[in-house]
Ligand binder design. Structure first.
Ligand SMILES: *Cc1c(COP(=O)(O)O)cnc(C)c1O
Length: 216
């Protein structure tokens, strides 16, 4: 199946309130162009250098989402253009994004990444760390970042009950967070293998790569 076909099929299946991030990491520019030509404008990448190269070469109406783990010392390379950083997993990183955004007189949208998987290989904050950030005065003073919501990755497993449980726990945290920050509107959860379940559990943003562009 072609990229255009895959993309259109997935788009048609998504509820109206769910945003599709086309995860194009490792894929060559012509693949992204094919998706662009059928209307896709949101792309997700997990390496800053690769994302920046693609940003330089492709049309400027694309929204670039950083979905991977971000090292503090690399924030400066994407601060000029990145639309949404999904993987903010420390206060230190948030402060650096704020600092770099300020240099470009921008506000950078961020999601706080929550550790929901039972595997301990995945990055993310736990509930206490999340609320410690949201409640701190230092956080409230950051004027060049805008927290839009939360992001999480479920365990890579065939066990659907476990994945569902993890998505539910993230949705619960999201609802609790909206009590503190009432403008939150983005819950980024779900990938090729589990996005349908993620949507059932309240996702508003799915990050889909291989089902669009083929395996990596
Ligand atoms: C690669 C990646 C995806 C997309 O994964 P697929 O299984 O190819 O859909 C989604 N989210 C994150 C954080 C990723 O790194």
């Amino acid at each position: 199946m072609s990229i255009a076909h895959n993309l259109q099929k997935i788009k048609a299946s998504l509820p109206e309130n769910v945003t599709l991030v086309a995860v194009s990491k490792t894929k060559p520019i012509p693949d992204l162009v094919e998706a662009y030509e059928v209307g896709q404008r949101i792309f997700g990448e997990n390496k800053i250098q690769e994302m920046t190269q693609k940003w330089e070469e492709l049309p400027k109406d694309i929204q670039w989402h950083m979905i991977g783990h971000v090292q503090t010392n690399k924030v400066k390379y994407m601060a000029e253009y990145v639309h949404l950083v999904h993987g903010v997993d420390s206060f230190k990183l948030l402060k650096e994004i704020n600092k770099q955004a300020k240099k470009y007189d921008r506000t950078i949208n961020c999601l706080l990444q929550i550790h929901i998987a039972e595997e301990d290989t995945k990055f993310g904050l736990d509930k206490e760390e999340l609320f410690a950030i949201l409640d701190s005065d230092e956080f409230k003073a950051l004027n060049n970042i805008n927290i839009k919501g939360l992001m999480g990755m479920a365990t890579f497993t065939e066990n659907e009950d476990q994945v569902r449980r993890e998505f539910k726990s993230l949705k619960t945290l999201f609802d609790l967070s909206t009590i503190k920050l009432d403008h939150l509107d983005t819950l980024s959860m779900g990938m090729s293998g589990d996005y349908k379940m993620a949507i059932e559990e309240g996702s508003t943003m799915v990050r889909i790569g291989s089902s669009i562009f083929g395996s990596r």
